[in-house]
Design a protein. Structure first.
Length: 255
């Protein structure tokens, strides 16, 4: 795996796309994602809601127009009533990238998911690079409860945040990255007054997840991809960083 990541930059574009699908291979479109997985119907959009006392400042978010090269494709975005939880991922791509090249990595992910896997858009709602830059992922509005395609069975009512890189056991997770994830979590969960340290309940929409379809499951408000699906994503190092991210996000909400 280390050898593959080392040669990624030397491969032609189509080969690089294949290597960039390691984590998202098991995300599954769930409620939204691939063509034929729920169809192109557009549900009525709902505002994400306003915080009732524990909001946090909105961090700077680079719009998708900054990384998306070409015309938009796919059906309109779909929305949940509110965001209750965050699922953290890693992209399983090289860690030694120049942050100026992060948009190119996101484009490869987008291409792999929309062409190779035939999803309607990139699955993640947001992506964060090692320098702490936050990028808008899936279309639909950063302040709204957009249904993504990141954690099979639990895409509705949640937000998928992908850390650009590979964070297996022993790999350092940059502080700029965890600080940015915490700021994004604080803002998004603050819109619906969810404490990042709390527990929430989500209902599985797909029996391919860790829970049968229709079963209510309890999660940390900030969970890892592996909490909802059988995968090692977001890697042991990033999973170990989640308690600190929850604590910092709560601090930013003045809790």
């Amino acid at each position: 795996m280390r050898v593959l990541r080392a040669v990624l930059g030397r491969l032609p574009r189509f080969a690089a796309v294949g290597l960039l699908l390691m984590c998202v291979l098991f995300a599954g479109p769930g409620v939204a994602g691939a063509s034929g997985q729920g169809g192109p119907r557009q549900a009525k959009g709902h505002p994400a809601g306003q915080a009732r006392g524990h909001g946090a400042a909105k961090p700077r978010i680079v719009p998708r127009s900054e990384w998306l090269d070409g015309a938009e494709r796919g059906p309109p975005a779909r929305y949940a009533k509110r965001v209750k939880a965050v699922f953290v991922h890693h992209t399983d791509t090289p860690n030694d990238y120049d942050c100026a090249d992060a948009p190119r990595t996101i484009r490869y992910l987008y291409t792999g998911q929309t062409e190779s896997r035939q999803w309607d858009d990139i699955g993640y709602n947001f992506l964060v690079d090692r320098c702490g830059t936050i990028y808008e992922g899936r279309a639909g509005g950063v302040g709204r409860a957009v249904v993504g395609a990141h954690t099979q069975g639990f895409n509705r009512g949640s937000v998928g945040i992908a850390a650009i890189g590979t964070f297996t056991k022993g790999v350092p997770v940059p502080k700029a990255m965890t600080d940015a994830i915490a700021a994004l979590v604080a803002w998004k969960l603050g819109l619906t007054d969810v404490d990042p340290r709390s527990k929430v309940r989500l209902v599985s929409s797909n029996s391919l997840s860790r829970y049968p379809k229709g079963k209510s499951a309890k999660f940390s408000a900030v969970s890892g991809h592996k909490d909802g699906y059988y995968t090692q994503c977001p890697g042991a190092a990033l999973m170990a960083a989640l308690p600190g991210i929850r604590k910092e996000a709560a601090r930013l909400q003045d809790r």
